[in-house]
Design a protein around this ligand. Structure first.
Ligand SMILES: [Mg+2]
Length: 460
């Protein structure tokens, strides 16, 4: 077990990002990337369908859930919304405002009215640990609550809501909200097992889960190769002597196949270091010893990282040691790109003091959903990124339909606090010169926002 977390926090807090209003890539000594939903842009309609089908098949075959759980995912795609919090015990999904007020709430797929919400969460409707959550987004031990913070979560939202509906259908005889049982934790136990089967690299080396198998067989159905502008941008960064590294929680074989698909057989040439199965967010504050990967197999622990190699597990302390050696800087300035607030953006900022670029497709998705009425591919994708039932990811009225005053959502405020810049895809950065000054979020000033290429529609 790696035990340097306390000294690590002290060490990195001293060089947290300085207060400047713009971010230029050329100012960094090293740039790191998550892979899934960051370097690789998933085709959401197909990917989420496959993920969902494998997830519910496991629940039916192994856990005895009825076959009506297997309804196609796309029929409930409007129920998905990034940032929902599941109250596992009560079987409720919650949408929070910036101060933890419960703006919207559903029991299973059934939305509760104001009286019903107050009955569950008192008249103040405030999530009791919202302030704690804001400061510790990476903490998974919020008792009976679970956060859905990235696109790999969407299918689980639908499946679990249906599991709650199915549980209730056994006893509810009318349309009024009345939970059929006072504890829905058994649903989470089954869902957790289904998640582990879907993403098997989280705990073991077995990557034979149904999603992983389908992905390995036909990756082109799930993702597109990287654009030529992203490839050229990475080459430009390298020739500017910026060190580039991969930091992903995916298994080595899955990650390397993805990188080869994205960049071609010479994908190694783009990066100085590749870290797989990193176990983020733990990588940033406790971590493990690095394991060298040869081929796709573990080849023993190492205490020092070598340029051009592939590793698994590890910790930010040894990674920074490597970056100091490669850059010749006592405190290298690091920028990290990721799509998960919990696993990428929060821990990179909070524990490592890195600057962060948040990949957030919703910036474009909400705009497209409001602005287009065609069946263009982008518009179909945007339907998976937005929800009429839950409203905008960025802002919402205090009490939907009754109150016209808009309040920022909990996640909108969290982004401002931990991200420096937010973009829909990495292409939006790569298409600009490396000395382009991107406006940054200012945690202290809500008027200074780092969304690029433009504000989300609802914030304009
Ligand atoms: Mg990711």
């Amino acid at each position: 077990m790696f035990r340097r977390n306390i000294s690590l926090r002290k060490h990195y807090r001293c060089f947290s990002s300085d207060v400047v209003s713009t971010l230029s890539i050329k100012d960094y000594d090293a740039v790191g990337f998550d892979v899934d939903h960051t370097l690789s842009k998933f085709k959401l309609p197909y990917s989420l369908g496959v993920l969902h089908d494998g997830f519910v098949k496991f629940l039916s075959d192994d856990r005895g859930w009825p076959k009506n759980l297997n309804e196609p995912f796309h029929l409930q795609k409007d129920f998905c919304n990034r940032g929902l919090v599941l109250d596992i015990k009560q079987g409720n999904f919650l949408k929070l405002s910036q101060d933890g007020y419960i703006q919207r709430c559903s029991h299973g797929t059934h939305f509760l009215d104001d009286k019903e919400i107050s009955r569950c969460y008192r008249s103040d409707r405030k999530l009791s640990f919202a302030d704690l959550l804001k400061n510790h987004i990476d903490n998974v031990k919020y008792g009976n609550f679970r956060i859905f913070d990235n696109a790999f979560d969407y299918f689980g939202i639908v499946a679990m809501a249906r599991m709650i509906d199915i549980t209730d259908a056994k006893s509810i005889k009318n349309s009024h909200y009345r939970p059929s049982c006072d504890d829905y934790r058994h649903i989470w136990e089954d869902a957790k097992a289904a998640y582990d089967q879907t993403f098997p690299w989280r705990d073991c080396k077995d990557t034979s889960g149904s999603f992983v198998s389908a992905y390995k067989l036909e990756p082109d159905k799930f993702i597109n190769p990287c654009s030529s502008s992203v490839r050229q941008w990475l080459r430009d960064l390298k020739s500017s002597n910026i060190k580039l590294f991969i930091l992903t929680s995916s298994a080595a074989d899955f990650a390397m196949q993805t990188l080869e698909f994205l960049f071609g057989v010479d994908w190694h040439e783009y990066f100085d270091l590749v870290i797989t199965r990193a176990g983020k967010p733990g990588f940033f504050h406790k971590g493990k010893q690095f394991v060298k990967v040869e081929g796709t197999m573990d080849a023993g622990t190492v205490s020092e990282l070598q340029k051009g190699q592939v590793y698994a597990q590890g910790n930010v302390y040894d990674l920074n040691k490597f970056l100091r050696k490669e850059t010749g800087k006592g405190v290298p300035k690091v920028l990290y790109f990721g799509d998960s607030i919990r696993s990428d953006i929060f821990p990179a900022k909070r524990y490592a003091g890195w600057d962060t670029v948040f990949i957030l497709e919703e910036i474009y998705g909400e705009k497209l959903n409001k602005c287009t009425e065609t069946n263009h591919n982008d518009d179909l994708e945007s339907q998976y990124l937005t929800s009429n039932q839950w409203g905008s990811y960025f802002s919402d009225s205090r009490i939907p339909l009754l109150d016209t005053c808009q309040f920022r959502t909990f996640w909108s405020q969290v982004i401002q606090r931990y991200a420096d810049v937010a973009v829909p895809t990495i292409d939006h950065i790569a298409n600009s010169p490396i000395d382009h000054p991107f406006d940054k979020f200012d945690p202290e000033d809500p008027t200074k926002l780092g969304y690029y290429p433009s504000l989300p529609l609802i914030l304009q």
